[in-house]
Design a protein around this ligand. Structure first.
Ligand code: NAD
Ligand code: GLY
Length: 356
């Protein structure tokens, strides 16, 4: 098992990564908190796969443990679903020492984090991420949110978990498409901060696609460590944390213009990263080798790399709704070489149109 720490003063916590950890979450939590009770929140399918084992680990510590199911999918990340969970927590008489457990991917993690941040003005929660994306990204760093009909992640809080337990074995049951989408975020970490990670992905992509645990453990730990260092520097995204958004600017536009139905997040980010690298090259920030290597790696990982046919002016308009955009200035994370990026505070529409 690998143990990483994220140092945020009194909001610091550990990220545990390894095989078969899900049944031991209770044992790890005992070293951090003394809960009055546990409520695991998960999807029905994940409950069927892992709920019992995870719950037994908490029961073995002597803690009363309940499981609450929410339907799968992004549509569960809303205030209506949050209210159902508040109702349930009140029925169980949950107090401020109750601990919530987010067992699932980013949808569960973001929703449970939001509930934990707001129920009785804040109760502890832990993350037990079961998708690759949630193990390398959403479970770490404390961004919690629900969606509003007018936009994704519009209502939320920065609220850190007390522990992250990432069990590599859970990835065995993850659909291939979801697994590959998580790999896109790992490629992102290589581009923004670690040329060695990028080289490793290029050299080992076949083993990674075959879920080789040694490779997986290495790339997940490296990714979490990069994310932890970024969050330590800029927890509330005043500026630097934006680098985690590499590829997301156009990625979000693609997701929204295709109504969140054609591409899942990591796939849209994959295309968005290629566009951002092409834009960087066209602005003279990097050599043509950078977009070429990036595109080749993403293709090898089975990810889409070509911009779908979308109205370019609609893409530009949607960039004005990006959370990084301020005063109608479109910000972009540009790559200068693999492992190194630059935050550009304003990119002109004409420059972006060239790469769409
Ligand atoms: P998800 O949570 O919807 O999970 C994808 C699908 O995989 C679901 O159907 C789920 O039931 C299933 N699944 C999960 N684990 C499984 C397993 N081990 N075996 C079989 N099936 C499994 O998707 P996701 O990609 O993990 O998360 C996407 C969400 O994360 C979005 O809402 C996004 O906004 C959010 N997000 C948040 C952050 C953050 O920093 N907070 C970062 C990135 C993304
Ligand atoms: N997923 C981007 C961030 O946590 O900032």
């Amino acid at each position: 098992m690998q143990r990483l720490s994220i140092d945020l003063g009194d909001r610091s916590y550990d990220i545990l990564i390894g095989s078969g950890l899900r049944a031991r979450a209770g044992e790890f939590l005992k070293d951090v908190l003394n809960p009055s009770r546990i409520v695991i929140i998960t999807h029905p399918s994940i409950n069927d796969l892992y709920g019992k084992e995870v719950a037994e680990g908490f029961i073995a510590q002597g803690w009363t443990t309940d499981i609450f199911e929410v339907p799968e999918g992004e549509s569960s990340k809303n205030l209506g679903q949050a209210e159902k969970i508040y109702d349930h927590l009140l029925e169980l008489n949950c107090d401020r020492k109750s601990v919530l457990v987010a067992l699932g991917g980013g949808v569960i993690g973001d929703l449970v984090g939001f509930i934990a941040a707001t129920y009785q003005r804040g109760i502890p929660f832990i993350q037990v991420p079961t998708t690759l994306l949630s193990q390398v990204d959403s479970s770490v760093g404390g961004k919690t949110a629900v969606n509003h009909p007018k936009g994704k992640n519009m209502i939320g809080a920065f609220y850190q978990p007390r522990l992250v337990v990432a069990d590599l074995e859970t990835l065995k049951t993850l659909p291939q498409k979801e697994y590959r989408a998580g790999l896109a975020e790992i490629v992102k970490y290589g581009v923004i901060s670690d040329a060695g990670l990028f080289d490793y992905l290029e050299a080992h992509y076949r083993k990674i696609l075959n879920l080789d645990y040694e490779c997986l453990s290495h790339i997940i730990e490296t990714s979490c460590s990069i994310k932890a260092r970024v969050v330590e520097k800029d927890e509330r995204e005043s500026h630097y944390r934006m680098i985690l958004n590499f590829g997301h600017t156009i990625g979000h536009a693609i997701e929204s213009l295709t109504k969140y139905s054609r591409f899942i997040h990591g796939e849209a980010v994959s295309i968005g990263m290629v566009c951002a690298a092409l834009l960087s090259h066209s602005l003279g920030k990097c050599s043509d080798e950078t977009p070429r290597r990036l595109k080749a790696l993403l293709k090898n990982l089975g990810l889409p790399v070509d911009m779908p046919e979308l109205d370019s002016s609609a893409v530009i308009e949607s960039l004005y709704h990006d959370k990084k955009t301020m005063d109608r200035k479109i910000k972009f994370i540009l790559v200068t070489e693999i492992g190194s990026i630059e935050i550009a505070d304003q990119i002109m529409e004409t420059e972006i149109l060239k790469v769409l």
